[in-house]
Design a protein around this ligand. Sequence first.
Ligand code: SF4
Length: 458
Amino acid sequence: MLLRHTPDEVVERRALVINPAKTCQPIGAMYAALGIHRCLPHSHGSQGCCAYHRSTLTRHYKEPIMAGTSSFTEGSSVFGGQANLIQAIHNIFTIYDPDVIAVHTTCLSETIGDDIPQIASKAADEGKLPAGRYVIHANTPSYVGTHVTGFSNMTKAMVDYFGSPDTRREHRVNIIPGYVEPSDMAEIKRIAAELGIPATVFPDTSNVLNGPQTGKFEMFPRGGVTLQDLMRTGAAMGTIALGETASGAAARSLDARCKVPCEVLDLPIGLHGTDVFIDHLRRMAGVPVPDSLNIERGQLLDVMADMHQYFYGKKVGLVGDPDQLIALTEFLVSIDMWPIHIVTGTPGKKFEKRIQEITRSVPHPVNVRSSGDMFLFHQWIRNDPVDLMIGNTYLKYISRDEDIPFLRFGFPILDRVGHSYMPTVGYRGGLRLLEKILDALLDRMDRDAPEESFELVM
Ligand code: SF4
């Protein structure tokens, strides 16, 4: 038992986090920046931070992650990293020729207080910024927030740097997809295309972090939102932001700056979440829903009904990011599963309230915690075991020790593949989630069934 020292008794802790259910801000900022076509993320801090962020993303997406670093030394740690960043901007544009460098800060450069816009402007004054190229930035100190807030900050930077007021109104919708997989971003684009709605999805890591093997290295893969499209976001009919924590800030900033009205929705996970997303898209663009989407919806509904007996009353424990957990909990409750232990590492006052509202009909006490950790989650599990756990790879230790089926979902997934290629959003994504839930539950039933009730047909 790797976690044999976890005691059953829960003691309230304030100053200590054990096995955090989060990672650091720059990881999310780097991921978001990779969703701009021909963008090189840049970590303004020490090499160690950048190596950690790149390796975490590489392990999750199984792709090389390109990023620069200001490579702080002892000197820059004391006197600031201005000289390093100006040199980096010059080197990166000269050697790699991106359209944009997306700078995010780290704990160290934030503690020093480096002013990135001032440094970028000095680089421009010194002629280090070629014409038609850009440096954008997000402040991502990791002693506050998490990878989700880092993603949110960089996504908002895209709007703040490139969105500009426009009196024209194009027949086009902005969609901010949230901190989801490249496969999910592709699925969101596919749904908009099925509806016949021109959409600017940003950031967009599809075809960047789930691209094909061609045998040829490409510094900047073909995917990602283009700068031209980002510059048109101010002329869109409206913005749909998916997930309050990851996407709300960017959508509201665009609304405030460019008068593009926004709707902030839950992630489209499951039947209801996808219904709401499609309904808002349909109304915003004034289009009907095609049969192709109605058929997908009917298929999801069919499986929900056909397999309901296996979902009903199953207790579930969830660890992950707030936007995912809110939408997933709503989906699980809709199929009569009982999410009873729910932990996110990301702080947020509204999260616990939303989960309590969603789980009001669950006939069992529900534990929910934001700014929580996996140590607490494990204690809850030991006191009240569940039939299934859903969360990132780090749950595998609890799954093994407590012998509980485990479905990998969220970030990071370091020991399996599939998440980059197969979505969990939309009706098709809902089907995939149900398939994975059923696989986990039915495999366990098969394993534990006595010989006389080992069923061929289930
Ligand atoms: S927590 Fe801070 S110091 Fe650590 S890797 Fe993240 S940015 Fe760097």
